[in-house]
Design a protein around this ligand. Structure first.
Ligand code: DGL
Length: 270
């Protein structure tokens, strides 16, 4: 009875935290590919190969359903995986759609034509690979019209968070918000399109000002997973134990994860 949560590193812990709170009886197996983070500067083939290898490991750990709690993998690899790689009895889901549904005021499964929505000017903060993929704009265009999106590729932020250098991460976030505001002075909403960024959410909100609504994914993904499991209870796989797996150094990764989540986390080698 386990669900897999995958990220290139520590960012997916923001999603893990929310899904654990929302679904306390479901065991989760977390896979952080810390040895290969960041993904945001890799090309699409590289991200695909790393993401499929991690997903296979999660299947081996008894997870028939794997959530890519990584926007970069969701943007660069998910569609290719779903089209030609995921077997019939397994599922891999990404983190984009719940966010875009919230932004466009849609319920799950509402496939009606795109329409006007309340937000008009959206700032997207994401990794270079996610921004280059334009996956966010593509998904948005299926659901909304008349929304102006300005994307800011936030080089360096994931590295700084992975290194635990919060001062650098904060300085980088402020300079990326500054750069975005030069292109779009008054966004009405901002999307944190990388699961690492909620760790810096206060800095994003502070730099953007109180009038900008900041959307981050963790709670939205947790709600959407709860809904999915209600509709597909058989997708909770045969695994029974919660586990934390990493391709990085387990003691280093455990120490950082414990700091982020403010509870003891012990990673094992993947
Ligand atoms: N947490 C990943 C995401 O949501 C970070 C990607 C990276 O490793 O650069 O995009």
């Amino acid at each position: 009875m386990a669900v897999g949560i995958f990220d290139s590193g520590l960012g997916g812990l923001t999603v893990l935290d929310a899904v654990t709170k929302r679904l306390p009886d479901v065991p989760f197996v977390y896979f952080g590919d810390n040895a290969h983070a960041p993904y945001g500067v890799r090309d699409a083939d590289d991200v695909y190969n790393l993401t499929t290898a991690a997903t296979e490991r999660l299947w081996d750990a008894g997870c028939d359903l794997v959530i890519l709690a990584c926007n970069t993998a969701s943007a660069a690899a998910l569609r290719r995986m779903q089209e030609s790689w995921v077997p019939e009895d397994k599922r891999v889901l990404g983190v984009f759609v719940p966010l875009i549904e919230a932004l466009t005021e849609r319920q799950w499964g509402d496939n009606s034509p795109p329409r006007e929505v309340a937000v008009k000017h959206v700032a997207l903060f994401a990794t270079p690979a996610t921004v280059a993929s334009r996956a966010f704009q593509r998904e948005l265009a299926f659901r909304a019209i008349g929304v102006d999106v300005e994307a800011q590729s936030c080089g360096g932020v994931v590295d700084a968070i992975e290194e635990g250098d919060e001062i650098l991460a904060e300085a980088l976030v402020r300079s990326h918000v500054d750069a975005l505001q030069r292109k779009m002075p008054k966004p009405d909403a901002a999307v944190l399109g990388c699961t690492h960024y909620p760790i810096m959410e206060e800095t994003f909100q502070d730099a953007l000002g109180p009038d900008v609504k900041v959307y981050s994914q963790a709670e939205l993904v947790a709600e959407s997973l709860a809904d999915y499991l209600e509709r597909h209870p058989a997708m909770i796989g045969p695994g029974t134990d919660s586990l934390f797996l990493t391709t990085g150094d387990p003691s280093r990764v455990s120490a950082k994860a414990t700091r982020f989540l403010r509870r003891k986390i012990e990673f094992q080698p993947a």
